[in-house]
Design a protein around this ligand. Structure first.
Ligand code: NAD
Length: 428
C-alpha cells in the first residue's frame, strides 16, 4: 500500500534476519519465522448499487500462531498489496509477543476504496470477506479487527455474517466491535493512548519533562487523534500535523506554533481521518508542503499514518532538535532510514512496541467477549497502562543490558518468545 517502491515485507524480513543473527537462531526456526505459515488470497464478488458486479481482491495472512490464536486487523485500501499484508502479519506476531499477550500474528486486506462505495456496498464487501475465510478464522483460530479505513460497523457486519454461517453467538470472533454490541471500553483510544504511555516513559529516560515538550504528527486518523489528545493532557504541545486531503487527492501539513486543537480539528476531519486544506486554512492553520511535518523544530515526531514515510530521501530533513521518534504507524521507517537514525543516535520507540496498545485492548475485548462480562473504562486504561509500561521497560532494560537499539531489543524479546513457543510445541 506504499506510495513508494519500498517493499514492507522485505523490510520485515530484513529486520528479522538481523535479529535472528543476534540470537543465533537455527535454520529451521529462521525458515519458519521468515515467512507466513498460511495465506488466503480470494475474490469477493459484490453487487454494486448500479446492478453491476465488481470483484474485489481480498487477503488473510496468518504469520505465526505458536503463542495463541492469530490476531490482526483488516485494511481497506485501493493500493493494498499482499506484501504489505504479509509484513503487517509478521509485525502482529512480534507485537503480541513484545507485550506478552497469548496471541499470534495475522493481517487481512481488501483492494478497494471505501471513499467511492455506498454503505450497502461496503456491507456486502465485509460479509463477502467473511464468507471467503469463514472456516479459516474464528475465536480460537484467528481473530480480525479494524485497521486502516475499516471501522466498528464493518466489524459488526463481519461478526453477523460469521454467526449466520456458524449458527451461534461468537462475540470473541472479532474485536473493535461497537460498544453497544460487545466492544470494549477504551478501544478507540487504546492505540493512541498506548503510544503516549510509552512516550511518557521514554521522556523520563531522556530526562525531558512532558510539560512543554513539542511534537509533529503525521496523520489525523484513529491513532493520531488519541495520541495527540493524551500527549496534550500530559502537558505536551503538538505544533504540526499532516493529513490526507480527499478533495485535492494529496497530503499536506499544517502548523500552529501555539499548538493544534484536537476538538477543533475533529470538526473538519472526515470519517477516514482526512482534512480539507481550505478548512484548515480557514481555522487559522498555516498550510505547508505534504511532508513538512518531518522537518519541524520539535522534540519528537509521531508518524501515525502509513508505512514507509521516513525514508533514505527524507531522513536527513528531520529537525535538529528532534530527540525521540514514536512510531505510531506500522513500519513508518525504512531499513535504510533506520540506519541513518541509529547513526544519529535517535531514540526510537519501535512501531510494534509503540502501537501495541491497540492489540492489547483488542485482547482485553476478546477476553471480555468470551466471558460475556465487561470492564469499565478506568479498568481498561489501568490494565493498558500497566501492560504498555512494563513492555517498554522490559525493552529498555534489554537494550541497556545488551547494548542494542530499542528496535533490536524489542525484536530480541519478541522473537525469543515466539521461537521458544515453536520449540516447546516441537515444531522446530
Ligand atoms: P486511519 O485510517 O484512521 O488514519 C490514517 C491517517 O493517515 C488519516 O488521517 C489520513 O488522512 C492520513 N494519511 C493518509 N495518507 C497520508 C499521507 N500520505 N500523508 C499524511 N497523512 C496521510 O488509520 P489509523 O487506524 O489511525 O492507523 C494509522 C497507522 O497506525 C497505520 O499504519 C495502522 O496500520 C497503524 N495502527 C493502527 C492501529 C489501530 O488500532 N487503529 C493499531 C496499530 C497500528
Amino acid at each position: 500500500m506504499s506510495t513508494q517502491s519500498y517493499n514492507p515485507f522485505e523490510t520485515a524480513q530484513h529486520q528479522f534476519d538481523h535479529v535472528a543473527d543476534l540470537l543465533d537462531l537455527g535454520q529451521a526456526t529462521r525458515d519458519l519465522l521468515r515467512w507466513p505459515m498460511r495465506e488466503y488470497h480470494f475474490s469477493i464478488p459484490v453487487r454494486m448499487d448500479d446492478g453491476s458486479v465488481h470483484i474485489y481482491r481480498g487477503f488473510r495472512v496468518q504469520h505465526n500462531d505458536a503463542r495463541g490464536p492469530g490476531k490482526g486487523g483488516i485494511r481497506f485500501h485501493p493500493m493494498e498489496t499482499i506484501d504489505t499484508v504479509r509484513a503487517l502479519a509478521v509485525w502482529m506476531t512480534w507485537k503480541c509477543a513484545v507485550v506478552d499477550i497469548p496471541l499470534g500474528g495475522s493481517k487481512g486486506g481488501v483492494v478497494c476504496d471505501p471513499h467511492n462505495m455506498s454503505q450497502r456496498e461496503v456491507e456486502q464487501l465485509c460479509r463477502g470477506w467473511v464468507r471467503q475465510v469463514s472456516r479459516n478464522v474464528g475465536p480460537v483460530l484467528d481473530v480480525p479487527a479494524p485497521d486502516v479505513m475499516t471501522n466498528p460497523q464493518n466489524m459488526l457486519w463481519m461478526l453477523d455474517e460469521y454467526e449466520v454461517i456458524h449458527g451461534g453467538k461468537y462475540p470473541g470472533f472479532i474485536t473493535g466491535k461497537p460498544l453497544s454490541i460487545g466492544g470494549s471500553q477504551g478501544r478507540k483510544e487504546a492505540t493512541g493512548y498506548g503510544v503516549i504511555f510509552t512516550v511518557r516513559e521514554a521522556l523520563k529516560d531522556l530526562k525531558l519533562k512532558p510539560q512543554g515538550v513539542t511534537a509533529s504528527v503525521q496523520g489525523f486518523g484513529n491513532v493520531a487523534q488519541y495520541a495527540v489528545e493524551l500527549l496534550q493532557q500530559i502537558g505536551g504541545t503538538v505544533v504540526c500535523v499532516s493529513s490526507w486531503d480527499q478533495g485535492a487527492k494529496c497530503a499536506f501539513s499544517f502548523r500552529k506554533k501555539s499548538g493544534v486543537s484536537v476538538e477543533e480539528l475533529r470538526t473538519i476531519t472526515d470519517p477516514f481521518g482526512g482534512i480539507d486544506r481550505g478548512k484548515a486554512q480557514d481555522l487559522g492553520y498555516e498550510v505547508l508542503q505534504e511532508d513538512a511535518w518531518i522537518e519541524q523544530d520539535v522534540d519528537m515526531l509521531i508518524p501515525a499514518a502509513l508505512e514507509n514515510q521516513i525514508t533514505r530521501d527524507n531522513v536527513g530533513r528531520i529537525g535538529k532538535g528532534v530527540k525521540l521518534i514514536a512510531e505510531a504507524a506500522n513500519g513508518p521507517t525504512t531499513s535504510e532510514a533506520d540506519v541513518a537514525l541509529c547513526a544519529r543516535n535517535m531514540f526510537v520507540i519501535p512501531d510494534f512496541l509503540a502501537n501495541a496498545g491497540g492489540v492489547t485492548c483488542s485482547y482485553f475485548e476478546q477476553v471480555q467477549s468470551n466471558m460475556n462480562y465487561y470492564w469499565n473504562k478506568d479498568e481498561v486504561f489501568g490494565k493498558l497502562d500497566t501492560t504498555m509500561t512494563s513492555a517498554y521497560h522490559a525493552v529498555r532494560e534489554t537494550a541497556n543490558k545488551r547494548k542494542l537499539t530499542m528496535r533490536e531489543a524489542a525484536y530480541v524479546i519478541s522473537i525469543s518468545r515466539v521461537a521458544q513457543a515453536c520449540k516447546d510445541r516441537g515444531w522446530v
